[in-house]
Design a binder for this molecule. Structure first.
Ligand SMILES: Nc1nc2c(ncn2[C@@H]2O[C@H](COP(=O)(O)OP(=O)(O)O)[C@@H](O)[C@H]2O)c(=O)[nH]1
Ligand SMILES: Nc1ncnc2c1ncn2[C@@H]1O[C@H](COP(=O)(O)OP(=O)(O)O)[C@@H](O)[C@H]1O
Length: 219
C-alpha cells in the first residue's frame, strides 16, 4: 500500500503503522499525546466513534464524534480501514488520512483495540508495529480510571470488568510495556519506534544510499 518518502535521516523508507492498545485506563492516550508531541514524522490517526464526547475532548482532535447512521455510511463506502464495537459503541479508523501519511513516508500512530489491530495486521502485516500497554496492578488501573474523572462509577465498573478480557490478547502484540512510571513507559515506547524506523526492510532508499557511498569511496 505504501509508496515511500524520505526518512528523517534522508534515506527513503516506507511509513509504519504504530499501534498502542491496552485495557481502558492503562495509559494509551497519555502515551500517544507524548509521542505526537515529541516524535517528528508521527501522525495521530483520529478515529471516528459513536460514543459520547467526554468533558475536555475536542471533536476532530480526540475523535470524530459521529452518529450511528454516519458511521454505517462510512463503513458501507469502505472509508474505514478497520472498525470494531467496544463498550457498545462503534469505533473506526478513517482510511484516507492514513494512506496519505504512509505514502508520504510518515508514520501513523493508532490508539485502537485488539480487534482493530488484528484487522490492520491482516491487511499490512509488514507495516504494523504493535505495542500492548499493561497497568502495574488492578488497583492502579482502577485508581487511574477514577483519577481521569471523566466516567461515571457505572462506566468505570464496566471498563474494569472488560479489562481482563482485553488483556487476554497481549500475546498477539510485538512489544509489551508495563506502565509503572509514565516517563519510563514513554522512553520504552519511544525506543521501540526509533528502532523500528531503522529496520532494514522498510528503508527502501538504502541500496541507493550505499551505492552512492561506494562510488564516493572508489573515486
Ligand atoms: N478498533 C478500534 N478501536 C478503537 C478505535 N478508536 C478507539 N478504539 C479503542 O476503543 C477503546 C475505548 O476507547 P475510549 O472510549 O477512548 O476509552 P479509553 O480507552 O478509556 O480512553 C480503546 O480500547 C481504544 O483503543 C478505532 O478506531 N478502532
Ligand atoms: N504511569 C502512570 N502513573 C499514574 N497515572 C497515570 C500513568 N499513566 C497514565 N496515568 C493516568 O491514568 C489515567 C488514564 O490514562 P489514559 O492515558 O487516559 O488511559 P487510556 O487511554 O489507556 O484509557 C489518566 O488520568 C492518566 O493521567
Amino acid at each position: 500500500m505504501t509508496v515511500g518518502g524520505h526518512g528523517l535521516d534522508g534515506v527513503e523508507r516506507r511509513g509504519l503503522m504504530f499501534v498502542l492498545s491496552s485495557p481502558s485506563g492503562a495509559g494509551k492516550t497519555t502515551l500517544s499525546r507524548l509521542l505526537i508531541e515529541r516524535m517528528p514524522g508521527l501522525n495521530m490517526s483520529v478515529s471516528a466513534t459513536t460514543r459520547p464526547m467526554r468533558p475536555g475532548e475536542v471533536d476532530g482532535r480526540d475523535y470524530h464524534f459521529i452518529d450511528k447512521a454516519k458511521f454505517d455510511l462510512m463503513s458501507k463506502r469502505n472509508e474505514l480501514l478497520e472498525s470494531a464495537v467496544v463498550f457498545d459503541n462503534r469505533y473506526g479508523t478513517p482510511r484516507a488520512p492514513v494512506e496519505a501519511a504512509l505514502s508520504a513516508g510518515q508514520d501513523v500512530l493508532f490508539d485502537i483495540d485488539w480487534q482493530g489491530t488484528q484487522q490492520l495486521r491482516e491487511k499490512s502485516r509488514d507495516d504494523v508495529v504493535s505495542v500492548f500497554i499493561l497497568p502495574p496492578s488492578a488497583a492502579d488501573l482502577e485508581k487511574r480510571l477514577h483519577s481521569r474523572a471523566q466516567d461515571s462509577d457505572e462506566v468505570i465498573r464496566g471498563r474494569m470488568s472488560r479489562a481482563s478480557h482485553e488483556m487476554s490478547h497481549w500475546a498477539e502484540y510485538d512489544y509489551i510495556v508495563i506502565n509503572h512510571d509514565i516517563d519510563e513507559a514513554f522512553a520504552e515506547v519511544q525506543s521501540i519506534l526509533k528502532a523500528e524506523r531503522l529496520k532494514r526492510e522498510r528503508r527502501t532508499g538504502l541500496t541507493t544510499f550505499v551505492r552512492k557511498l561506494q562510488q564516493q569511496l572508489e573515486q
